[in-house]
Design a binder for this molecule. Sequence first.
Ligand SMILES: Cc1cc2nc3c(=O)[nH]c(=O)nc-3n(C[C@H](O)[C@H](O)[C@H](O)COP(=O)(O)O)c2cc1C
Length: 449
Amino acid sequence: MMNLMTGLLGLGGHLGGWRHKDAWSDNVMNLDHAIETAQMAERGLFDLLFMADGNAVRQMDKPALFAANSPSDRPAVFEPITLLTAVAQYTKHIGLLCTATTTYDEPYSLARRFASLDHLSKGRACWNIVTTSYPDDSLNFSRTEHMAKDHRYERAIEFIEVAKGLWDSWAEDAFIQDRATGRFLDPTRVRVLNHMGKHFQVKGPLNVARMPQGYPVLFTAGQSEDGRELAAKHADCIFAVTNTKKAGQAFYADLKGRLAKYGRAPDSLRIMPGCAVYVGRTASEAEELYDELQSLIAPELGVPYLSKLCETDMSKYPLDGPMPDLPTSVLGIASFRNTIVEMAKRDKLTVRQTYERILPSMGHVTMKGSVSQVCDEIEDWYTSKACDGFNINTPVMPRSLNDFVELVIPELQRRGLFRKAYEGRTLRERMGLPVPANPYFDKTSLAAE
Ligand SMILES: Cc1cc2nc3c(=O)[nH]c(=O)nc-3n(C[C@H](O)[C@H](O)[C@H](O)COP(=O)(O)O)c2cc1C
């Protein structure tokens, strides 16, 4: 069964989405929109609701883009764990995927927040483990520059290992709460971590009881060699930046092929490319929405948007000249730049044509058309092993998510590709992901020692 997720994109996933007549008009710090999005996605039986994040007001050096409020830059937003803890109280089943950085946070405090979220949501916490894409986030954490990528990944691995160690602090049955004997807890069922590593020294134990899922579902975003190895070792799900089926298949085979050396089954890591969906009751209805949104973006906005995704000032190149070759390595997200440059070269695109092509999907794949056309494409990617599901990008909110739930989900269900009801007690169970044993206390893992 495929997995589906969608983002909390109050502004819509298209740069012009918030200006559309069917879009919400009050998009700043709006809890009601977040709850409505979550409830709509839950009505569609989505696995996960995702919130991307950063720790800075971005793009102030690109005035047109800054003023236009690009949806992936989020100048004024709630902190994800705080927001999704609130949303948890208005939903029952959907997983709550919060972005948090290993580069500018501390394992103890973050492990504690995710454990709290898992308890408060009854087993629905999910962590998007990022190493921070936006270099200037560093300036808000007492640094003068972003940490180098290899250093960030080294720190990320130690961070995750410490967090897991902290989540293993307590046996599930540690809190006996025996009124007769006066023993509230069993001191033999807790473990002090005493971690002394290169980046962190953490004594533990965590002051939160074992969470319902053992560990939150672990999601990663990095696409480089280091990012792929991190996912193969630790993640339950990984985003993919693949905008053709062929690229999707190559990424899928690569990631699944890395799992055996960590003793993991192929299905224990889910591959989730981003996918922007423009669906209509007819193909022309979808086309109309797409054209309306594209017409809202002038070159003064399109070029800085492309510059942002390519991490290069694209205004120095002629608008109707060919897209230039760009170096493959950057401090932030290389995968978007590389996918865009490759696409432009393959399809011989100019700078203008390139930004027009990437606007609708924020650099991911676009699926556009009638219900059957969109479902054919989704089915083709899934059955061709190009993905295990999708992160559905919704161009205009709430219209696009509503259309997906009303039109696309029933057809995916009819084709036997998607669930017809939620099953399982926790997010891990609903997604069919392994439940981590506590290596220090669980009978099964003790017997195996
Ligand atoms: C699809 C996707 C989503 C991401 N989401 C975030 C995010 O919300 N916040 C963030 O700081 N970094 C985010 N990142 C950045 C990654 O954590 C990582 O820093 C970046 O991709 C560079 O690593 P890489 O070269 O291994 O891909 C994202 C990356 C990708 C590809």
